[in-house]
Design a protein around this ligand. Structure first.
Ligand code: HEM
Ligand code: CA
Length: 631
């Protein structure tokens, strides 16, 4: 009943002529009904600037209904007015309740493959279905004049000269999380590049798998637990070791959650009456596993909102407690349409390219990848063809153990309990926090990525992706009119012009990687290329808001009260609301000091964190320990 709020306030002087105009009536109410006229005037004002929430103790609904019964009905205009007021009342009452219902009792668990995340279209965004497309083609690329992919990479994409450090001291750890996010959202099928083998949701599929079989391979099927230090997506093993270490923190966190859920057993939710009944134990395992997954995903999404996005925007340099919260319910409010939530998602091919951030790879990690590629692809890895690349990736995939609890990375051994040593995992996380990432922009991608980038450029052509400018149009961004506008570095602009001839012919992916980058400033501390920077914010808001498990179904009822409280962010704590330190300190005990910046702000290198905290004024920065933990 939002529009009723303030309906009878006496204080506002409103021009009744506006109302008459709106109604299309000359004189809606004769002068003798002056009181009622002012009520109507208030009504329309409230439609434009309603006050929420409605204070129903003021009995406004009842007064409104009374007003309707008292309305004179002598003229056709008065009758029309009644029908409008009645319509407003019914419309508001009808739209107070969401349709279709946003929540269904008992339907609270995530499926293994992302099906059922949208209840009406069960398959929306599930694993093993088609990508969507974001960008409408308005100015088709002239294919016949496109440069060779090798020329594009070698002239404007490959790192030239020295490694350039990221201007705002973003650590490699931020990109380890980004790699988990991108593996959560994208897994293009080698057989058909239109198909995405993972779910289009931030549901921790790198840990939990993308189908029943993968999920089963990581579960003990007892007490909701995962096999020790195990995750499902073998592609993570190809990444720098800090990525596996970070996924393992989430794996450990799952088991901690499942054990605590059983200990607390809120409302007897996980009880069994007969511990010898296999059916009851199976149900208990399933309930514990699924509830633990919901809570673990709650940690993950809050790491994304409170560590990742805050660092990307540079908010940790300020004392502001503000963060972007895409989960807020926005109901219809006057002229403001409701903003739906929990409606499901399908990631697009364009966003797959938006997220290829190979330029950010640190110097050490490039070296790691180089050694790895030599092992997988042979000494001539730099000149490998696309077909050889796919074939050797296939061979590598078949060479790793079927049981993911036997996987190893960076030659780190498992102990007799099959867990990795805390110090081995901590070492990778600490290294990731110390290593500064690479700066974005033209000529910044390490050469080791050459085969992957060529594959990317050529796949995009086969898939018929739009130009950079058409993608910008689709995001309501002004298309570039010249190469100098796209990248004001005259050398890069010249090379782009030599390659593409016309600005409208610049392909999406090479364009995204070579356009100008945003300055390091509040709002863009990650200093991404312009179009990517804008696109990922829209993407983040969509991914979180469209997932019903992070919006309509994110509640203490589904996560348990303990689980719900556990994932909350506290903006007044030492991490300024960050969450990731909870995982680091809990699952790597006795290694970090409680006030270590390496735990509290792992997404910037320690020297940058110190600068940011000093910049916030006062003695705040003195509360922290800046030393590298001893192992
Ligand atoms: C640092 C080490 C990295 C390595 C070794 C690596 C390796 C690879 C490989 C081999 C592919 C090709 C897979 C294919 O086409 O099927 C790929 C694609 C991709 N990479 Fe990376 N990458 C790294 C870093 C990153 C980073 C930091 C990001 C972004 C945060 C990223 C995002 C992507 C995306 C979105 C794809 C496309 C995935 C798909 O379509 O399945 N990568 N990467
Ligand atoms: Ca997913």
């Amino acid at each position: 009943m939002s529009f009723l709020s303030g309906l009878f306030s006496k204080s506002d002087e409103v021009d009744s002529k506006i109302v008459q105009y709106l109604l299309g009536l000359q004189d809606p109410i004769p002068n003798r009904h002056i009181t009622l006229r002012f009520k109507l005037v208030d009504l329309f004002k409230v439609f434009l600037t309603p006050k929420l929430p409605v204070d129903d103790s003021q009995l406004e609904l009842e007064h409104y209904i009374t007003a309707l019964t008292q309305l004179p009905l002598n003229t056709p205009e008065e009758k029309k007015l009644l029908s409008i007021l009645e319509r407003l009342l019914v419309t508001q009452l009808w739209s107070d309740i969401s349709k279709p219902p946003a929540m269904i009792a008992g339907d609270i668990y995530r499926s293994s493959d992302g099906s059922g995340y949208n209840r009406l279209i069960q398959s929306l965004g599930k694993a093993n279905s088609r990508y969507s497309l974001t960008s409408r083609i308005q100015y088709p690329i002239k294919l016949s004049v496109l440069p060779k992919s090798e020329d594009i990479f070698d002239k404007i994409m490959v790192q030239g000269g020295d490694f350039v450090e990221h201007p705002s001291g973003i650590s490699s750890m931020l990109f380890y999380l980004a790699i988990i996010i991108t593996h959560d959202l994208f897994h293009t099928s080698f057989a058909d590049p239109n198909i995405n083998l993972t779910s289009s949701y931030l549901d921790l599929t790198p840990l939990y798998g993308s189908n029943d079989q993968e999920q089963k391979s990581i579960r003990t099927l007892k007490g909701g637990l995962l096999k020790p230090d195990t995750f499902a997506d073998s592609r993570i093993l190809l990444q720098p070791p800090g990525v596996s270490a970070l996924v393992i923190l989430f794996s450990r966190n799952h088991n901690f959650i499942a054990q605590t859920l059983l200990e607390k057993n809120e409302l007897g939710r996980f009880s069994v009456t007969n511990p010898n009944d296999p059916e009851q134990l199976k149900k208990q395992d399933e309930d514990l596993f699924q509830t633990a997954r919901l809570i673990n995903c709650g940690f993950y999404i809050n790491v994304i909102l409170h560590n990742y996005l805050r660092t990307i925007l540079g908010l940790d340099r300020t004392n502001s407690k503000w963060f972007v919260d895409p989960t807020v319910p926005y109901n219809k409010r006057g002229q403001l349409e409701p903003l739906p939530s929990g409606i499901g998602n399908i990631v697009s091919l364009e966003f797959n390219y938006i997220y290829r951030w190979h330029a950010a790879t640190s110097k050490d990690d490039s070296k790691f990848v180089e050694d790895e590629f030599k092992t997988i692809f042979g000494d001539d890895w730099e000149n490998i063809t696309i077909d050889e690349f796919k074939e050797k990736m296939g061979v590598w995939g078949r060479s790793i153990p079927k049981d993911p609890s036997k996987w190893k990375f960076n030659h780190i051994e498992r102990g007799s309990d099959n867990r990795f040593k805390d110090t081995d995992i901590a070492k990778e996380i600490i290294n990731g926090t110390k290593k500064v990432s690479g700066a974005f922009g033209a000529n910044r991608i390490p050469k080791v990525f050459r085969p992957i980038e060529l594959l990317g450029i050529e796949s995009a052509r086969v898939l018929g992706l739009s130009s950079l400018n058409d993608f910008r149009r689709s995001l309501n961004l002004k298309p570039y009119e010249s190469f100098m506008e796209m990248n004001p570095d005259p050398l890069i602009a010249k090379k782009l012009e030599e390659l593409y001839g016309s600005i409208e012919n610049v392909e999406l992916y090479p364009g995204l990687m070579t356009e100008k980058t945003k300055p390091d400033m509040l709002g863009s501390a990650i200093a991404l290329p312009f179009t990517i920077s804008r696109a990922i914010l829209s993407d983040a808001v969509n991914l979180v808001r469209n997932d019903r498990y992070y919006t309509n179904d994110f509640s203490p009822r589904n996560l348990t009260t303990w689980g719900w409280n556990e994932v909350q962010s506290d903006p007044d704590d030492l991490a300024s609301g960050g969450i990731l330190h909870k995982l680091i300190l809990r699952h790597l005990p006795n290694i970090y000091k409680e006030n270590s910046v390496l735990a509290l702000y792992p997404f910037t290198i320690p020297s940058q964190t110190k600068k940011s905290l000093q910049g916030r004024g006062g003695d705040l920065w003195k509360k922290y320990n800046y030393d590298e933990p001893c192992l």
